[in-house]
Ligand binder design. Structure first.
Ligand SMILES: Cc1ncc(COP(=O)(O)O)c(C=O)c1O
Length: 389
């Protein structure tokens, strides 16, 4: 019966990792990875994570089930980190999920269960967004969010999409550190989006996967907080993979801002019910680590400091890269003002291949680069190779 199946294409990014590994050249550079790397090329475990894990090892006295909603104290701390005191907490339902991907899938299933049929997605976006929403049965309406040659957010398109959306449509928004473009919405633009979402009765689903990687822990959620203040109902999918470096521990949460404590309770029960039918309960370890860090002043300060140093490393590389690349592509000066790990270069597939074969510089055909894949000392050499294209 398995013959009824057709072979699915391999994930192009995983294939790229394989090609990079096999390349024996000394100066090769991997700009395709989707994880943070430090100056030594490692994806480090945060000091605070190690300390929290030690504590958990010593104090944890059971592995009994936690429950489909996950760790309630973790959820409480994480919501504070995301939303502060922006909204009445009794109106918020939270459920812990396996990573941000799990949160997005539960959100999509919830929207389908509510009778929602469509979600608006700005392109380009994280390649997993569309498959996750489709798998939940949602129709996807797209609009162009970012113009790669000019490196600018096409804000008018976002506004037109929202104006054309039907009452009750869902709209995916990246909270900050847009993947894959690094494109930024200004505060004034967030306010405009918030007003429009409210006026048109749309349901924003905000993907928050890089808090602390852009302008700072508070700044990276400022737009989201405007939205939470303006709109009565909002879904927020949070990933702890990058901000806490917990990738493989699959740590995240889906939160729903609702209009009353009763509505929050109903939404929570639905999210928990949906989780039960997919994976039953989320893995505990990563959430226990985040809870331990956020609940302890010293660990929390140390985590925030380390995160800030990672952010500054990336903004430093962005500056140098932008200055160098501007001479060849004027618009790439914008890289300095973009946020997070990713930017998307205006390269043809042929140029991407030349960089790979001639110089050992690896990136996907789309031209998306991970800024954190670079070491500071490498940037000048990389700029030279790019500008020689
Ligand atoms: C935009 C975006 N959303 C969500 C995620 C989900 O991450 P995870 O499921 O690993 O927590 C990622 C990860 O790369 C991402 O880039």
């Amino acid at each position: 019966m398995f013959e009824a199946l057709t072979r699915q294409p391999d994930d192009p990014l995983l294939a790229l990792i394989g090609l990079f590994r096999e390349d024996e050249r000394l100066g090769k550079v991997d700009l395709g990875v989707g994880v943070y790397r430090d100056e030594t090329g490692r994806t480090p475990i945060f000091r605070a994570v190690k300390a929290a894990e030690k504590r958990l090892l010593e104090t944890q006295d059971t592995k009994a089930y936690v429950g489909p909603e996950g760790d309630l104290v973790f959820l409480d701390h994480l919501w504070s980190l995301v939303a502060g005191d922006t909204v009445d907490r009794s109106h918020v339902a939270g459920v812990q999920t396996p990573g941000g991907s799990g949160a997005l899938r539960l959100a999509a299933d919830l929207i389908t269960r509510m009778g929602g049929r469509g979600i608006w997605l700005g392109l380009p976006s994280w390649p997993n967004h569309a498959p996750i929403f489709k798998a939940a049965g949602l129709n996807i309406a797209t609009y162009d969010f970012f113009d790669i040659p000019s490196q600018s957010v096409m804000f008018d398109n976002l506004i037109s999409a929202l104006e054309g959306a039907a009452l009750g449509d869902a709209v995916l928004l990246h909270a900050s550190c847009h993947n894959p473009t690094g494109g930024v919405l200004t505060e004034a633009q967030w306010l405009e989006v918030a007003t429009l979402v409210n006026e048109r009765g749309l349901l924003p689903l905000v993907d928050l996967a890089y808090q602390g990687f852009g302008r700072g822990l508070e700044q990276d959620v400022a737009g989201l907080r405007h939205l939470l203040s303006a709109a009565p109902e909002v879904l927020v999918a949070v990933s702890c993979s990058k901000s806490f470096g917990l990738y493989r521990e699959r740590t995240g949460a889906i939160f729903a801002l609702t209009t009353s404590p009763q509505s929050a309770d109903t939404v929570r029960s639905n999210l928990a019910g949906l989780a039960r039918t997919i994976y039953s309960m989320p893995p505990d370890h990563g959430a226990a680590v985040v809870r331990t860090i956020l609940a302890d002043e010293t660990l929390r300060r140390d985590w925030a400091e380390e995160l800030e140093s990672m952010r500054l490393r990336m903004t430093g590389i962005r500056q140098t890269l932008a200055e160098g690349l501007r001479s060849r592509w004027q618009s790439l000066g914008e890289i300095a003002d973009q946020e997070g790990m990713f930017s998307m270069l205006p390269l043809t597939e042929a140029e991407v291949m030349r960089l790979r074969t001639e110089h050992g510089i690896y990136m996907p055909g789309s031209g998306r680069i991970n800024i954190a894949g670079l070491k500071t000392a490498e940037v000048a050499g990389i700029v030279q190779k790019f500008t020689s294209l």
